[in-house]
Write a protein that binds this ligand. Sequence first.
Ligand code: GLC
Length: 671
Amino acid sequence: MIQHFRFGQPLPTDSVVQEIPVSAGPVPFLTAEEDGWAYRMAPDAIVYGLGEMPRGINKRGWHYVTNNTDEARHSEDKLSYYGAHNFLLIDGGVGRECFGVFIDFPGKVRYDIGYTEYDALRFATEEPDHELYIITGDDLNDISRQFRQLIGRSYIPPKWAFGLAQSRFGYKTAEDVREVARQYKENDLPLDMICMDIDYMQDYADFTVNKQRFPDLAALSAELKAQGIRLVPIIDAGVRIDPENPVCAEGLANGFFCTKADGTPFVAAVWPGKAYFADFLRPEVREWFGRQYKALTDCGIEGFWNDMNEPALFYSPERLKAFFESMDELSRKDNIVQDEFFGKVVGGALGLMNAPEDYASFYHDVDGQRVRHDRVHNLYGGNMTRAAGEAFARLRPGRRTLLYSRSSFIGSHRYGGIWLGDNASTWAQLLANIQMMPNVQLCGFLYTGADLCGFSYDTTPDLALRWLEFGLFTPLMRNHATDGSRMQEYYRFADMLPALRKMLRLRYALLPYLYSTFMKAALENTSYFRPLGFDFPADPDARKVQDQLLLGEGVMVAPVYTQNASGRHVYLPEAMKLYRIRSVDDYDTELLPAGHHYVRCALDEVLLFIRPGHAVPVARPASCTAQLDDTALTLWACPDENGSARCRMYTDDGETSDFAAPEHWKTLELN
Ligand code: GLC
């Protein structure tokens, strides 16, 4: 059951697709306080949700703010990342209530989940006007299904988007891109996508191509597509200021950019230098911006990533000027004391980026109402995704287009996926990836993944391999790195190459299971990844697990995320069959009883657990998704007490949007 409460006159977000009448009655479970809502947590209560946020699967024991932020350092002390996912799923404790809370609000929401007091959960919207949905049901799985119904069907990418994507900030020429394709082929590593970072653009201006470095994008795209590889270019939120550029000129002439209090367009610098920011909250602006993608779809491009759309602001000219002036004063001093150095020099420089004062200095037009940006900040990036998603439905009707974004809010999950932003090449971030996945997917973002090997810092061969051993299960499987970091394409690690190859091939072999699980999750509002506590709510040990995930109906994964470990501790809430896999043709199996185990897992092995009565269809590996033959399947299985095991498999052309036909489904059975 979903109860809907409205307080004041909230601004629209379009997060919800189901009309639920507003209820007058008291809000169950929560207590209204002067400044928000409170819930008293029993000692064993668990709080799931909040999507893309730091810390564990259970959000208890920290505080958070949904405030979409270009956060370059991902660490436990952070309060916000790139997305605003205001959904909590509260498991009140064994034998107690469980319920979902969706706070439909476009600005900041602050959460204190056992941070001030370990047994108190509190949250508050920055302004009093908000919508609140309370969802109750049979269990956590049922509540999450109802929530997904409320917010509408998750975005479904083409099937090739489940292949490997190789990306890097710094593929500067068409030749660099070709070299990646060539190396993947020569090293017999499968590949489906090469992402093009801002390097392909002319002066980092959206919808332009640098003709010196990429002389014929259409030809390059066709050449690679013939090898089963798609090019996936990036589009940034900020439009480079350049009167010669038609996108800039058109946007300006039509008044499509966000404006300052005086009515002139707001300006801030991002990758292209000074930029304007399209007012994506207006339907006609979305329509116009979306139309620009045609410049690239006309070159045969079928997939995009939208970036910098929190929006990230490096600096505004006004504040940079003020900073320089304050430095000018300081520069005349003979001795700059500590406070001045850290406060004014270092703090002043860093404070230029993504400054709250800048977010409070420009305006949107929301249904004819002039609204200051910070009040609707969290809707910005997701509406850029919406602009693109709506455009693709017009530009490529009936066909699926790949789209993933950095910033998002609940609602934009209907138009695109997300990647988890600028992580780092550390083991802690591999664990963070594991822990973030179920919460992000709980909020509707099924097509998700982190930058494998890590984005910033230098990765290591063993981290590349261990991370892939988890990444091969994530819907978006993309290796991406920042400019200047160690090169990390999978062919760069000579000693690890045989193992990396086997793991990549394993991903393709498992695609029948992974794609079917994804399609089932999208079409039936079930989960792809979920915490163990969802299926074993009365098992105190299962509830506590923070580093194993259930994957679809039949599988549990327990990735190794510690450097130089020979295995890991695994908790099994029921007997399961362990597949310890070195390659699709080389694995051993063991039926493990319920309970705690130390499971050995060498560097070149991955652990896959199959639940009783379930089977996993396994295909022959392929060099790209187009080559995958899902008719010749082997079943890996854990038969139940009757000796039978089954799975539901989904097959379609992977390209068109005709998802609903019942003939896509078949049941495979082992008995
Ligand atoms: C941002 C993105 C990153 C990209 C870089 C350059 O930091 O998050 O993925 O490589 O910008 O475009």
